[in-house]
Design a protein around this ligand. Structure first.
Ligand code: ADP
Ligand code: MG
Length: 299
């Protein structure tokens, strides 16, 4: 069955631009007025589509990427007055068969967003709270990782550039047909380096309530960044309530490298505060790094 799934999925999901199109259409179907698309390594390492749409209801999340699940039609008659792009319930499930997929989503009713990691068959492997606002973010990592010939084919410089050009053309087309839609495309990489020791390891000597023990650098500049700081603290508070109750945090170091054009350091005369053009992306990446480097004791 795995082979069948891989084969049929590989016919539905054929290229980077194809993934972007499917995800964007889901965002539009969800009523999004803003869609942010991000590619890394021409989309081969990461395709991320973030929207501010309705989100996915908690009850639907276990089946959202199960083949042929769709929340868009309930009856046969619905097919005849179809006003959505999707109705087959094929895209998300097929993408799961050819890449690593995660979904962060929040509806108006939810207090916070939830980050779901999906497996090959579209089932949920794990879920955890996340910090994003209403809407849905789908991340597709390592596209065609299990279709080496196809991955190789799209890896040539010429093909890569062609795909990004096609994505740009696709976005232009949507921008024309939907003039009120806010659309962005970013093709680059945020580089994060961090030092997150396990709490408890260095209690007496280095831990303290001194906020200066958290070092944050953006493009090699030591900065104060309230939201990044909050995210780091939040993680330790959730995972190590005993330590944080005593206001003990270990020494943390986080280095963020982004394209120089996407930061504004001239907010304050001492330049210790920065304005990040793509703050949400940086926060998401930081969150991911924390979870990778410092997984919760239970997982
Ligand atoms: P289809 O679009 O044909 O319904 P998909 O596989 O593309 O099938 O998506 C499956 C289901 O997941 C959708 O019907 C919808 O309920 C949910 N979904 C996927 N992406 C989004 C999104 N960006 N916002 C809200 N719901 C989504
Ligand atoms: Mg769809």
């Amino acid at each position: 069955p795995d082979t069948v799934r891989l084969l049929s999925s590989s016919q539905v999901i054929t290229s980077v631009v194809n993934v972007v199109k499917e995800l964007m259409e889901n965002s539009l179907d969800a009523g999004a007025s803003s869609i942010d698309i991000k590619l890394e390594n021409y989309g081969l390492d990461r395709i991320e589509v973030r929207d501010n749409g309705l989100g996915i209801k908690a009850a639907d999340t276990p089946v959202m990427a199960v083949r042929h699940f769709t929340s868009k039609i309930c009856s046969h008659e619905d097919l005849e007055r179809l006003e959505t792009y999707g109705f087959r319930g094929e895209a998300l499930g097929s993408i799961c068969a050819v890449a690593e997929v995660s979904v962060i989503t929040k509806t108006k009713e939810d207090d916070i967003s939830t980050h779901y990691t999906l497996n090959f068959t579209g089932g949920i492997v794990s879920q955890k709270p996340s910090h994003l606002g209403q809407g849905t973010t789908v991340s597709v990592l390592k596209l065609f990782k299990n279709l080496p010939v196809r991955r190789q084919y799209y890896s040539s410089t010429k093909k890569c550039k062609e795909e990004v050009k096609k994505v740009q053309d696709l976005l232009t087309a949507y921008a024309i047909i939907k003039p009120d839609l806010r659309l962005t495309l970013v093709h680059n990489k945020i580089v994060l380096e961090g030092f997150f020791p396990k709490p408890g390891a260095d209690h007496s000597s280095t831990s303290s309530s001194n906020p200066d023990k958290t070092f944050i650098f953006i493009n090699n500049r030591p900065v104060h960044h309230k939201e990044i700081m909050k995210l780091l603290r939040q993680h330790y508070t959730a995972q190590y309530p005993d330590d944080s109750a005593r206001n003990r945090y270990p020494t943390l170091m986080l280095k963020v490298t982004v394209p120089p054009s996407s930061v504004d350091v001239n907010l304050t005369p001492d330049k210790t505060q920065v304005l990040l053009q793509d703050k949400e992306a940086v926060l998401t990446a930081v969150e991911q790094l924390i979870h990778e480097k410092c997984p919760s004791p239970s997982s």
